[in-house]
Structure formats: structure tokens, C-alpha cells
Ligand binder design. Structure first.
Ligand code: ARG
Ligand code: ZN
Length: 482
């Protein structure tokens, strides 16, 4: 039976309640001497510990631009033979980066977990791990413009960031393994990272797991090989510029399948065998969702497609991990359409600041309504009428979110989608599609702001839309006449 529409979205919206607390897994600060004394650090060569996101000022780090991550991880779930409860994850994380200033000290973000060694360009470096900051002092100051490689050896039992009454942000254990939903900040619960919207990178991820289990991530599947001890290593190569929150990891029993869409996009699906009956059917229809998105939003912007359908009963949250969204249950088509829409809105066209999450969630929610309208699930008019009756929708305007616990709120998703509907009514269907396609093509693989969207909509429609957007995105209360 199809879940009633409102409860599907309500599930996505339980996220609204998540309070994203500050630091977690606090460890004693300690300087580990690589050999003798740390080098002199002058103030003007220290990378900033945050990049001043308006909602998460401590997230991300200044002083460098991450280019590529190479993660070599071993995951032995608590339920596996020989598991150590405190050492579920162990690994080595390499980041290749370019210094954007002279740099004698810089940070990575890492929540919980224990760091055992850090090298910079192959030489041991000093480090201190306090809260979610891993502070690294290389032996030699890096010159501005220098490319360097940091390798962090670490292990521990990953835990999601604390959230209140909502699915947590980050690592999530399942009965046969784990998966990650790391939006907005949970990537740092499984690897050291420049955890910001401002620094996408490419990723090679190798996941070693006990026999019988599978490790899944983004990008293309580069095969598996024996890793000794009955373990196997699964290799993933992701060449799309990817934000940390969009990196996927799932470990468990999975059916791994590969295919292609008609236009040649490789499709990889990972399905928990307990979801096989429903999951396979949905997975086979991935080309249909991709083609649907292409019709409305423009060329598919990611170099692979697929889905991770895990088994986490009752968890109806999904996350648009790049090319391969992750689900705790086999979702309704409409949720699948929502996550696919994020490939254009969020994964390809990126946010610059979490306060502008409307550009992701308002658009993906409107995509759900479009899907349902076109597939005779519910008409656009009926959905709009039902949703606009929910008082929570009008609690605050969605254009610039001012509190971390509002990032996934009803106004962002629903009033945000209603705002797009108003735009459509104002400019007409044809121009509306033209605007969406111009947005995804002009900013494909780039960061863009709400201001950029408004400017583009005005340009494409030849209309002044300032008043409409001001009323729908920035003014409190239900817009007059609606
Ligand atoms: N972007 C997701 C969606 O709307 C929500 C992710 C929520 N984050 C989380 N850590 N559970 O589909
Ligand atoms: Zn979404």
C-alpha cells in the first residue's frame, strides 16, 4: 500500500527537530612528538579552524583546498566474527591538498575516533585532536600554492553527532553493518575531512570488510579483492567533485548490481537482501527516474547513478549521496524522485552556506510534487492545498535559515516548494522549465546562491521577481492572498 503523501514528507521532516550540538567525542589534547620539538609556528601561517558558515561556523578549515581523498578503511561491524566493539572502523585517510596561504599549522575535522599517526608529505607531523578539530603541525612550513599530502591513521567506534529526537547526523549502525547519512556535518564521524560546503574533492574509497559483507560507496565500482583473514576489499572511484556530506559508506549484506541507462550512465545498486523483492523493482527503474529528471531539469549531471537500499527498519530518512542516494528502507517513488532531483539541486549545483538549504530542499520537494502529479499519485493542486494547511509550514521564511535546528524544517521543504510553484504560476510552465534548466546548466558543478537564482529567474523570464521572492522567501508569515 502506498503511504499517504503527507506522512512521507512528514518523515523527511522529522529531521527538522534535530538540534545539531557542538563538539563530540572530546579527547584530551595531546601533542605527540614525531621526534624532537615542534617547529616554530607564526600566527600568520595558521590555517583558520572554521570557514564561517553562518550556521556552523566551526565546520571546515581555512588555509588549503582539498583536491582528493584516498580512504583505505576496514569496517568490522559489531555483529561480525572477531569484532572489537571499540574498533569497528580502522583506516588510513589521505588528503591531497593545495595550500592557499603559507601554512605552518592547519586543521582537519574529525569527530570521535582515535588518531594514531599523522604524516605530511611522508614525514611524521605533530597533531592534537580536541573536540572535532584535528590540529596538524607539519615539520616544515608549507609554501603558499604548494601541493601536499596528509595521511591520518586512526580507528575507533564511530558515532553520529548528537541530535535531538531525529535521526542523527553521521554514522549509523545496522544489524549487519552500518551506513552513513552525513548531512550536514556527519562526514567527520568516519574520516578526517575539510568538512565544508566550500571544498568539494574527488574520492577513492577502499572498504575492507569481513567475508560475506559488502562495502559500498560512490562513483564507479573498481572490483573486489581478497584482503587476508577472509576479508575482502571493495574499491570505489569517484571522479565527480563531491562535498563531504554527499560521500557514502555502507557496509552489510548487499546484492551489488551494475547496469547502464540508455544514455550510457553506469548504474550501481546495492540492495539489502531483505529488501530484495521491492528493492530490485525500484532499482530496475532507475533509468526512468534519470530520464524523468533530464526532461525537467536538464542533462544528468553526475557520472554514475544508482541507490543504496539498506535495511534500517523505521528509518525513512534518505540522503542524496552523490550518484547513489542511501535509504534505510525501500522508499516510495516520490521520495526516490526527491533524492534524484538532488543530483541536479545540491549535488551538482552546490550551496555556499547552510542557511541557503532552500536551494536544495525546496527544489527537491517541488520535484516530488511534480512526480506525483505526472504519475497520478496526487495532483499538484491537492498537494498544495494539503500542505498549506500545516501550520508548521509558515513558522519562518525559508530563504535564509537562521538556526541550525531549522535546516531540515517544514518551511524549508514545503514553503520552499510553494515558493517555486508561485514562480511557475507567475512565469508560466515553459519559462519555469527554462529557468530550472538554465540554473542547472549555468551552475553545473559550481556553487551558487539564492541571489544567483533570483537573478537568473529574472533574466530568463524578463520579469521583475524581487517582490515575489521577497514575500515567499524572506518575509515572515503566510504571504498575503495565498
Ligand atoms: N537531504 C536529505 C533529504 O531531504 C535529508 C538529510 C538529513 N540528514 C541526516 N543526517 N539525516 O532527503
Ligand atoms: Zn532532500
Amino acid at each position: 500500500m502506498r503511504m499517504p503523501q503527507r506522512s512521507v514528507l512528514a518523515c523527511l521532516l522529522t529531521l527538522a527537530l534535530a538540534t545539531i550540538a557542538g563538539s563530540c567525542g572530546e579527547q584530551d589534547p595531546r601533542d605527540l612528538a614525531a621526534d624532537d620539538k615542534p617547529p616554530h609556528v607564526d600566527r600568520d601561517s595558521i590555517g583558520a579552524p572554521g570557514v564561517s558558515d553562518s550556521l556552523f561556523p566551526g565546520a571546515g578549515n581555512g588555509g588549503y583546498d582539498a583536491l582528493h581523498y584516498d580512504l583505505d578503511l576496514t569496517v568490522v561491524p559489531g555483529s561480525a566474527k572477531g569484532a572489537k566493539a571499540d574498533r569497528v572502523l580502522s583506516g588510513s585517510a589521505a588528503m591531497t591538498a593545495k595550500a592557499t596561504q603559507k601554512l605552518s599549522r592547519f586543521n582537519l575535522d574529525l569527530s570521535g575516533l582515535e588518531v594514531h599517526k599523522v604524516t605530511v608529505d611522508g614525514r611524521p607531523a605533530w597533531y592534537r585532536h580536541k573536540g572535532t578539530e584535528l590540529v596538524i603541525t607539519p615539520r616544515k612550513r608549507l609554501a603558499k600554492g604548494a601541493e601536499f599530502k596528509v595521511v591520518v591513521a586512526y580507528d575507533g567506534n564511530p558515532k553520529a553527532l548528537p541530535g535531538k529526537g531525529a535521526p542523527d547526523d553521521g554514522w549509523r549502525s545496522t544489524d549487519d553493518g552500518a551506513f552513513v547519512m552525513g548531512e550536514p556535518r556527519g562526514a567527520m564521524t568516519w574520516y578526517p575531512v575539510n568538512n565544508t560546503l566550500r571544498d568539494p574533492a574527488t574520492y577513492d574509497i577502499d572498504i575492507t570488510v569481513p567475508g560475506g559483507l559488502t562495502g559500498v560507496s560512490n562513483g564507479t565500482y573498481a572490483g573486489k579483492k581478497a584482503a587476508g583473514d577472509g576479508k575482502q576489499t571493495f574499491s570505489w572511484r569517484n571522479k565527480d567533485q563531491t562535498l563531504p556530506y554527499l560521500t557514502a559508506l555502507a557496509v552489510g549484506k548487499f546484492e551489488l548490481k551494475q547496469g547502464k541507462t540508455a544514455s550510457g550512465v553506469p548504474v550501481v545498486t546495492a540492495i539489502d537482501p531483505r529488501q530484495a523483492a521491492k528493492g530490485r523493482q525500484l532499482a530496475e527503474r532507475i533509468p526512468e527516474f534519470v530520464e524523468w529528471g533530464e526532461r525537467h531539469f536538464g542533462p544528468y549531471p553526475v557520472s554514475s547513478a544508482g541507490a543504496i537500499l539498506d535495511h534500517d527498519p523505521g528509518n525513512q530518512v534518505a540522503l542524496e549521496t552523490i550518484g547513489r542516494p542511501v535509504y534505510g528502507e525501500v522508499p516510495e517513488d516520490t521520495v526516490f524522485a526527491h533524492e534524484y532531483a538532488h543530483m541536479w539541486f545540491g549535488d551538482s549545483v552546490r550551496l555556499t552556506d547552510w542557511s541557503e538549504i532552500w536551494l536544495n530542499e525546496g527544489f527537491a520537494t517541488y520535484a516530488m510534487w511534480m512526480w506525483d502529479d505526472e504519475h497520478d499519485v496526487a495532483t499538484m493542486e491537492d498537494q498544495i492545498a494539503a500542505y498549506s494547511d500545516m501550520p508548521a509550514v509558515w513558522e519562518y521564511p525559508p530563504g535564509k535559515v537562521t538556526r541550525p535546528d531549522r535546516v531540515f524544517g517544514a518551511p524549508v521543504y514545503i514553503r520552499g516548494a510553494l515558493a517555486l510553484h508561485q514562480l511557475r504560476l507567475t512565469v508560466g510552465d515553459k519559462t519555469f522549465t527554462k529557468i530550472l534548466k538554465a540554473w542547472t546548466s549555468r551552475y553545473a558543478g559550481k556553487a551558487a546562491t539564492v541571489k544567483d537564482f533570483i537573478a537568473l529567474a529574472e533574466e530568463e523570464s524578463g520579469k521583475s521577481l524581487t517582490k515575489l521572492f521577497d514575500e515567499w522567501l524572506f518575509q515572515p508569515g503566510r504571504p498575503s492572498g495565498f
